[in-house]
Design a protein around this ligand. Sequence first.
Ligand code: DGP
Length: 118
Amino acid sequence: MKDPKRVSACLFCRIVARELPADIVYEDAEVLSFRDIRPKYPVHLLVVPKVHLAGVADLQVEHEPLAGKLLRIGAHLARREGIANSGFRLLTNEGPDAGQVVHHLHLHVLGGESLRGL
Ligand code: DGP
């Protein structure tokens, strides 16, 4: 069934709907994860909610379980990618100063080498 809140022009909504290809590594009823098309690190995954939220600033109280789940799945995927012991970073960009390019909430899962400091 199509998500009524889906935004037809949104890149990640289109990946969720399988209208665009992606290297998908995880899926459940609420969350999809796929490899970043321009990886900055040996492991660079994106974890997205299937529902369209423009970014972390769009989260409402009712999204708290979903927000927690994104973190849990991010850590789960880091373990599955073999980077949990060496260390990894979960981050999300919000707005222009943070360099947000895709306006569909997503968590970057980064690792596989020493990460540059923030
Ligand atoms: P951000 O700056 O946080 O909005 O990062 C967006 C990320 O999305 C960026 O690292 C590149 C990635 N990306 C952009 N377009 C695509 C796409 O079509 N497929 C995949 N897999 N990743 C994409």
